[in-house]
Every structure is written in C-alpha cells, then in structure tokens.
Design a protein around this ligand. Structure first.
Ligand SMILES: *[C@@H]1O[C@H](CO)[C@@H](O)[C@H](O)[C@H]1NC(C)=O
Ligand SMILES: *[C@@H]1O[C@H](CO)[C@@H](O)[C@H](O)[C@H]1NC(C)=O
Ligand SMILES: *[C@@H]1O[C@H](CO)[C@@H](O)[C@H](O)[C@H]1NC(C)=O
Length: 402
C-alpha cells in the first residue's frame, strides 16, 4: 500500500481565527487553530480539522495546537507494562514484531527514538525500495534512501522486510508511459528485480516480490505487466529475485486475504500454481489493513493463513493497521483493542506465521487519513506517541498479560 510522505509541523502559528467551514488544524497545518465565535474546531481526520457551526456537532476536538491528537482528551489509553513487543513476540516463538517507516520521518527524533528501540525487531521501508524511487530512468538505479533505512535498522539490530519489486502502483514514468512490447517488458522486469535484489543481497530477511496481483473482484489485476506479459510475469519476478538473493524469503503480498471470497480463492489458486510449477515463493503476506469492528476472529483469520502454510509456505502480517471513522471515541478505542488482539492472535495460532508488522506505529505518520476520507487513528500509538488500548490488544494477542 501507499504511504504518505507528509511531514508534521510542530509549530502552530496562531495568526487569526478560521471562518466557519475553514481549516483549523491537522498535521502540517500552520494556519489558525481557533474558530470564529459560533464555530467549533472539529478533527475530521488527522490531517484536517474544520470549523463547524457549534450546533452541528456534539463532539469537539480539544482546541489549541496541531500536535494534540484528535479527541485525545478523555479517551482510554494503554495500561500495559510491556515495553518490547518484539521481545514478547520472540519469547512466544515468533521471529519479530516490526514497524513500517519512511525516510521523511527520520527527522523527528521523538519518532526515531521509539522506532529504533528494542520495541521493534523488524523494519519495512514504506516507499524507498519501490520501483519508482529506485529506477528513476531505465537502468539507472538509486538505492540511497533504502540504504538509509537498512543501515539504521541494522544499527538497531533489526531485520528488514524489503518492499517491493513488482506492483501496479508507484511505477517510474518512463516505464508506465514507455509503450514497451512484451519481450522488452520481461527484460526490464528481470533487470530491475536483479539489480534491487542484488543490491540488498544477504542483507534483508524477505522481499515482497509481487504486491497486490489480484483485484478486489478476484480477477488477476489489470496492469502493465498482467496485460502485456501475462500472469507469467509473477514467475519471472520470483525467479530473478531468487537468482540474485538465494537466501531472502520471497513473498507474494496482498490485502483482504483475511476474508474468504473470490479474491482469496484466486490468490490461493495462484499460489498453488506457483508452488506446483516450482516458482521460488516462500511466503504470503497478509497486509492487514483492517477496519475497526470488521475484523474476523483470530481463528477465522488463522484458517485463511493455514491454507497457505499447508502448501509449505510461511505467512506474516505485513502492513497491520485498523482504521476508524473520525473522531475517535472511547468505544472505538476499546473495539480497536479487541481487533488488534484478533489480528495478532491469528498469527500466534499459526506456527508458520513468522511475525507481525504495523504499517507505521503512530497515527502521526499513518497513510490512512490521506487515503480514506474521514478515517484515521489506525495505529497503536497516537499522534503524540502515547500508546492506545490497541497496544494492549497486541500484547494480549501475543500471549502476554496486559
Ligand atoms: C547506532 O545505534 C546507537 C545506539 O545503539 C546510537 O547511539 C547511534 O547513534 C546509532 N548510529 C547511527 C549512525 O544511527
Ligand atoms: C508474452 O510473451 C510470452 C513469451 O515470452 C508469452 O508466453 C505470453 O503469452 C506473451 N503475453 C502476451 C500477453 O501476449
Ligand atoms: C471459494 O472457494 C471455496 C472452497 O472451494 C468455495 O466454497 C467458495 O464458494 C469460493 N468462493 C467464491 C466467492 O468463489
């Protein structure tokens, strides 16, 4: 999934009052944070607070600075005494508990202090190893940004899941607009995969080789490679990655595999076919982009996972976040705790589920508000790095006591 590149501004410059319907806060907002008389500043999402007529709403966001998390006052918070999710996960037989991140976030030392602490044992770069950023023109490769993530993770004794090699989004322009024929596209894919997997050879735990190859209706997703090369692009990508880095675990990664249905069936059949034909695939990533109140039971998710592990593959939860309609309420926070417990608990029920990665640990850098209108607060830490009940749900899911 995409990850936003927005940087938070920690300085709220109060210059005037916003008019009714005007913006009054949100990450990156440096304008007025108070509303004219008769209007109230309400968080629509982490990135957009709006002056609404005071009678139009019963829930008001705490006014003041843009660093206050949406509706944070009075909401329940974590009570767990566990201080390393990674250590807890490892003590229960998992390889890691990790977080995604992105380079622009590294200027925030409050953020990196937690990210590169022993809270996490694994890091996924949200954007900087993707095709667009790493091959800006054909056969010209730039890995500097990905290297920063890798080196910081290594320094913190964290392993890296590299992300990703073949995906329908964030392709370089020269490729999507190049009008290349089938044979040339195969060469381009092999070159790209070989270059990236060689660059990180021996240094990453896993690669998401093919990302989101099946669409929401359960068809092979229509995009450049599916349309012009065909499903065989998947085998091609896995083979090139394996040849370049024989020890990396190679994953197919997708969302909504937590639910049964057409998309799951197509993906399972695809993976069965890959395994049967000897494609070097080692794992399936369950992204875990979920919605508060819509998360299946741990047992149900585990049974989805087991259909892949039965093929001899490992699985992982690779991009976990659980979004909700804003503003947050106490009830939603408690439901989110249960939802996190079920997601993480599913991985615990499956021996070959190696670990769980949250798609960034704090709402401050979540991709959700900019992607899903009116939704947010999907991460276990809030905008101010306070742990939410979701954190306790993770602890419980991992089999700890909270
Ligand atoms: C490496 O980690 C140590 C703490 O273990 C830290 O003090 C140091 O700044 C880090 N170095 C780099 C280059 O990030
Ligand atoms: C692309 O070429 C391969 C052979 O290299 C062939 O098997 C495949 O059918 C072609 N794809 C399309 C969409 O024509
Ligand atoms: C998915 O596969 C299962 C098992 O074969 C089948 O019972 C179910 O009807 C399928 N669902 C869809 C939507 O195709």
């Amino acid at each position: 999934m995409k990850s936003i590149l927005a940087l938070a501004s920690f300085v709220a410059v109060v210059t005037a009052q916003s008019q009714v319907w005007g913006q009054c806060g949100g990450i990156g907002w440096t304008g007025p944070t108070t509303c004219v008389s008769g209007a109230t500043c309400v968080a629509q999402n982490s990135y957009y607070w709006q002056c609404l007529p005071s009678t139009a709403t019963t829930t008001t966001a705490s006014s003041g600075t843009t660093t206050t998390s949406a509706g944070s006052s009075g909401l329940p918070t974590s009570t767990s005494t566990v201080n390393s999710l990674n250590a807890l996960a490892k003590s229960k037989g998992k390889l890691y508990f990790g977080s995604a991140t992105d380079n622009p976030e590294f200027s925030n030392t409050a953020y990196t202090k937690i990210l590169f602490s022993d809270m996490f044992g694994q890091i996924t770069p949200g954007n900087s190893m993707k095709w667009g950023p790493t091959e800006p023109s054909r056969d010209t490769y730039t890995y500097a940004q990905g290297d920063v993530v890798l080196n910081d993770a290594k320094n913190a004794s964290q392993i890296v899941r590299a992300h990703n090699l073949a995906w329908y989004e964030q392709l370089p322009n020269w490729l999507s607009s190049g009008n290349f024929d089938n044979a040339t596209l195969q060469t381009i894919l092999t070159d790209h995969v070989t270059s990236a997997a060689t660059h990180y050879k021996g240094q990453v735990y896993a690669w998401d080789v093919v990302n989101e190859p099946v669409d929401d209706s359960g068809n092979m997703r229509s995009w450049l490679y599916q349309d012009k090369v065909g499903t065989s692009y998947i085998d091609l990508a896995f083979r090139a990655a394996h040849a370049a880095d024989p020890n990396a675990k190679l994953y197919l990664n997708d969302y909504n595999l937590e639910y049964s249905g057409a998309k799951f069936n197509t993906t399972l059949n695809l993976v069965k076919q890959l395994v049967a034909q000897g494609t070097p695939i080692h794992g399936v990533g369950f992204e875990g982009h979920m919605i508060v109140g819509s998360v299946p039971s741990a047992a149900n998710i585990a049974s989805q996972m087991n259909q892949f592990t039965a093929l001899g593959l490992e699985v992982a939860i690779t991009e976990l976040d659980i979004r909700q309609t804003m503003p947050e309420t106490a009830a939603q926070r408690m439901q989110q705790k249960t939802d996190y417990q079920n997601m993480v608990g599913a991985c615990m029920l499956v021996t070959k589920c190696v670990g769980v990665t949250v798609w960034d640990y704090t709402d401050l850098y979540s991709w959700v508000p900019s992607t899903f209108s009116g939704q947010g607060a999907a991460c276990p830490w809030d905008n101010n790095f306070a742990r939410k009940p979701a954190y306790d749900g993770i602890v419980l899911g991992l089999g700890g006591t909270s």
